[in-house]
Design a protein around this ligand. Structure first.
Ligand code: E4P
Length: 213
C-alpha cells in the first residue's frame, strides 16, 4: 500500500515528504479553508515540495462548473488530480475530464455502487471514507474490502484510496484489505512510525552502551 498525506498544511507536507513515505497529497475544502490562504497560491507551494499526485477539490455542484474549475487547476501542474464529489454531476465531469487526459479522484464515496460507478466513469482514484462510515456505526474498512474485491473481479483500473483515516488501526486495516493507498493526516502518519517496544529497545541499547565507558 502507498501513502498520501491528507492535509493542506505546507509545513506538515514538507515534513512528511522528507520521511520518504508519502507519494502525494490530498486536500479538501475544509483542509484548505483551515490554512486561510488563496487556493491556487497554496497549491503552488505544495507543487514546489511534492513531486507526485496532488488532489485539489472542485466546489461547483454542476458538471460544467466542475470542469471549468478543473481546467484552471490542472493548468497549475501535471501532478494536479481533480477531486470530484460522487454525484451524478460529478460522474459527468469525471467522464469529460478523463477524456481530456486529466486525472480525477472521486471523493465522498460511501457505498460499493458509488465506487463501481465512479470507476466506470473513468476515475483515476476513488476515495471511500472509512472514518465517517465508522462514525455512523457502519463498517468503513468493510466497504474498502468490498471495493478491492469488486475492482479485482471486474478488472476495474481505478486506484482505491482509503480516506477519512482516524487512527493507526485504520492504516493497518487498509493494508490488510489491499487498498492501493491510504490518505493519512500528519499526526496519524507520525503515530504509525512509533511502537512502545521500539522506544524501549532504543532506551535499553543506549543504557547498555553507557556500560562501555
Ligand atoms: C479525503 O481525501 C478527505 O480529504 C479526508 O480523508 C476526509 O477525512 P475526514 O473524514 O477526517 O474529514
Amino acid at each position: 500500500m502507498r501513502f498520501f498525506i491528507d492535509t493542506a498544511n505546507v509545513e506538515q507536507i514538507r515534513e512528511a515528504w522528507e520521511l520518504g513515505v508519502i507519494e502525494g497529497v490530498t486536500t479538501n475544502p475544509t483542509l484548505v479553508a483551515r490554512e486561510g490562504k488563496d487556493f491556487q497560491q497554496l497549491l503552488q507551494e505544495i507543487i514546489a515540495i511534492v513531486d507526485g499526485p496532488i488532489s485539489a477539490e472542485v466546489i461547483s455542484l454542476d458538471s460544467r462548473g466542475m470542469v471549468d474549475e478543473a481546467l484552471a487547476l490542472a493548468r497549475l501542474s501535471p501532478n494536479i488530480v481533480i477531486k470530484i464529489p460522487m454525484t451524478a454531476e460529478g460522474l459527468k465531469a469525471t467522464k469529460i475530464l478523463t477524456a481530456k487526459g486529466i486525472k480525477t479522484n472521486v471523493t465522498l464515496i460511501f457505498s460499493l455502487n458509488q465506487a463501481v460507478m465512479a470507476a466506470r466513469a473513468g476515475a483515476t482514484y476513488v476515495s471511500p471514507f472509512v472514518g465517517r462510515l465508522d462514525d455512523v456505526n457502519a463498517d468503513g474498512i468493510g466497504l474498502v474490502r468490498d471495493i478491492v474485491d469488486a475492482f479485482a473481479h471486474y478488472g476495474l483500473d481505478s486506484k482505491i484510496i482509503a480516506a477519512s483515516i482516524r487512527n493507526v488501526g485504520h492504516i493497518a486495516d487498509a493494508i490488510r484489505v489491499g487498498a492501493h493507498y491510504a490518505t493519512v493526516p500528519y499526526d496519524i502518519l507520525l503515530a504509525a512510525t512509533k511502537h512502545p517496544l521500539t522506544d524501549q529497545g532504543i532506551a535499553r541499547f543506549l543504557k547498555d552502551w553507557e556500560k562501555l565507558k
